[in-house]
Design a protein around this ligand. Sequence first.
Ligand SMILES: N[C@@H](CCC(=O)N[C@@H](CS)C(=O)NCC(=O)O)C(=O)O
Length: 211
Amino acid sequence: MLRLYHILPRADHPGSHNALKVAVLLRELGLDFELIDVDPVTALRPADAPLRTLNPNGLTPILDDDGFILWESAAILQYLCDSRGPTPLLPIEAKPRARVLQWLTWEASTVIPALMALYMARVSGGDDAAAVQRVDFVLGVLERQLNSRDWVADNYSIADIALGAGVPALLSIGVDFAAYPAVRRWLSALGARPAWQDAIFLADLRAGGLA
Ligand SMILES: N[C@@H](CCC(=O)N[C@@H](CS)C(=O)NCC(=O)O)C(=O)O
């Protein structure tokens, strides 16, 4: 049995964008899974919180595959493709696979830190000009990549799933995507897929006036 520990949207939390990636992939692969909605305040944050025995970081997603516990969304996406594949969502051949992993790694190493820097600047009410510039740079890279293609790598892949879950969070913190038509077209294409009919993704699109 596959279990996904997730934070669904609630009054004090927008929901887990990282667990969203895993939920979308599970749906794309047509896998049955049990979704466990956890309250971060009690189940994750205290040093002795129960789920810290599964993930010492106190974060979601956590995957439980018949007792095999895995955390870090990018690792979970790769594991599900490798263990349930083969699937075009993560090619086996070295070069197309590396291209998918390049964009998957870029999401975690570059997009999320830029998003978090802007979020922190906005929350603290300080000068956010440097953070805005950093986000614009990142969105510019994505825009140029999507300008001449439908998906970030050669085909629809776990790179689109990771970026498609993470990037729209920028809409929820007030970033205007008007200057990024290819990114908007790509988000609409994701939103047309049954696997993406998800409250977190749709709330982000609505916040940006894209749905
Ligand atoms: N690098 C981790 C980040 C996980 C993460 O930041 N999870 C957030 C939700 S997106 C979380 O569980 N936060 C717990 C909380 O809000 O207390 C991953 O990709 O899985």
